[in-house]
Design a protein around this ligand. Structure first.
Ligand code: GTP
Ligand code: ZN
Length: 359
């Protein structure tokens, strides 16, 4: 399978960065196994391992290649099939989570994503607090969130549900889909196309794999239906990037029962609360019981849900405890950004934006 790398997201600046390694070929990681990776290049698909030197330089989990990474490889003509990954090119977005059961281990779920489809089904998976988490993490990852409400055929109060969602999804597109009819899918195609990478996240069984199969026009991914084995839990056992026939790439992720937060951008996902807080009487108001608290006032008046304030507090606390992890990620972002001249520019831009945000 020969792949047009531009079509699956190789940008001008990545091509430039790749020129620093003139004897290597650029590829994209499409799947990850125990200690090898599937990589597509313009000359076909290969199973690759990382070089000894690369492994030696790795300090922590986030330094390893992940699905979605553009990497530099050689050895594709090796008769023994020893294709080797030597470098990861600058990541423009990193979507990561804390690994369940471990306090500090970060798992990079996928990288270089333009749009994250935050999937939630309109029947039994409905949970606004979870969506708030997804949104915070997405804003921080560098990708743009789009909310995909699935299984609309199983929901009778569509308008009411969307109304419920709107206050927590300011500025975010909300699409209503239904995998059983073609009409319900038209809206998602707007985000898919040449050069673009989508990743789908959401609880197990909401229909991510079914949606991707529809987009790809085949039944390539086993859904819980086609596998006929259980209740729809953990059907997708690994992350995988698929090439969309008309251009672009789409990444399936396993249903995550809990999305441990590594870092998240609360200032964006809870902009309404930050805005209100400016009107609190005391600058260091904790919004619990202080007099003149604009947030408590908004709750009294019914313009802000108490539960939303609760998740705001909860997320803030989690991030504080996970501070070390966000620093690790931050360091990773800066390291990779300083590779190559175009990387310098990006790093400068990022630091500027960061300062703006912290002001
Ligand atoms: N009624 C209805 N059922 C759907 C829809 N989309 C998917 N399903 C069914 O929901 C079940 C789960 O779908 P999957 O696509 O495997 O869900 P998933 O989100 O990929 O699940 P994991 O792989 O476990 O993360 C399957 O039986 C699908 O046929 C829909 O729009 N409406
Ligand atoms: Zn207050």
């Amino acid at each position: 399978m020969n792949v047009n790398m531009k079509s699956i997201g190789l940008t001008e600046s990545l091509s430039q960065e790749a020129m620093n390694y003139s004897n290597l070929l650029v590829g994209r990681v499409t799947a990850q196994y125990k200690d090898s990776y599937k990589v597509v290049t313009e000359r076909g698909e290969f199973i690759a391992r990382i070089s000894g030197k690369f492994r030696y330089q790795i300090n922590n989990q986030v330094d390893y290649p992940a699905v979605g990474d553009f990497v530099m490889v050689d050895g594709i003509n090796d008769v023994n099939g020893n294709t080797v990954i030597h470098h990861i090119l600058t990541r423009k977005s990193i979507f990561s989570r804390k690994v369940a059961g471990s306090r500090n281990d970060i798992q990079v779920v996928a990288t270089n994503i333009d749009t994250l489809f935050l999937c939630m089904s309109m029947n039994n998976d409905w949970n606004l607090r979870r969506m708030e988490r997804y949104l915070s993490i997405t804003w921080d990852s560098g990708a743009t969130p789009v909310i995909i409400l699935t299984k609309s055929d199983l929901c009778e109060e569509l308008a009411a549900k969307i109304q419920e969602l709107q206050p927590i999804a300011i500025g975010v597109d909300i699409l209503v889909t239904n995998n059983l009819s073609k009409d319900g899918l038209q809206s998602v195609f707007k985000y898919i196309g040449t050069g673009k990478t989508i990743a789908c996240i959401g609880s197990s069984g909401v229909g991510k794999s079914t949606l991707i199969n529809r987009v790809l026009g085949n039944d390539g991914i086993a859904t819980s239906e086609t596998r006929k084995d259980d209740k729809g839990r953990h059907t997708t056992t690994r992350r995988e990037l698929f090439i969309v026939p008309g251009g672009g790439a789409i990444i399936d992720t396993p249903g995550m029962r809990e999305l441990g937060i590594v870092s998240s951008d609360i200032s964006k996902s809870f902009a309404d609360i930050d805005q209100l807080a400016l009107q609190c009487k005391y600058r260091n108001c904790t919004h619990n019981s202080e007099p003149g608290c604009a947030i408590q006032q908004a709750i009294l008046e019914g313009s802000l849900a108490n539960e939303r304030l609760h998740s705001y507090h909860k997320l803030k606390k989690e991030i504080r405890y996970g501070g070390l992890n966000s620093k690790q990620i931050e360091r990773e972002k800066i390291n990779t950004m300083f590779q190559g001249i175009s990387g310098m520019k990006q790093a400068r831009k990022m630091i500027k934006e960061k300062n703006k945000r912290n002001r």
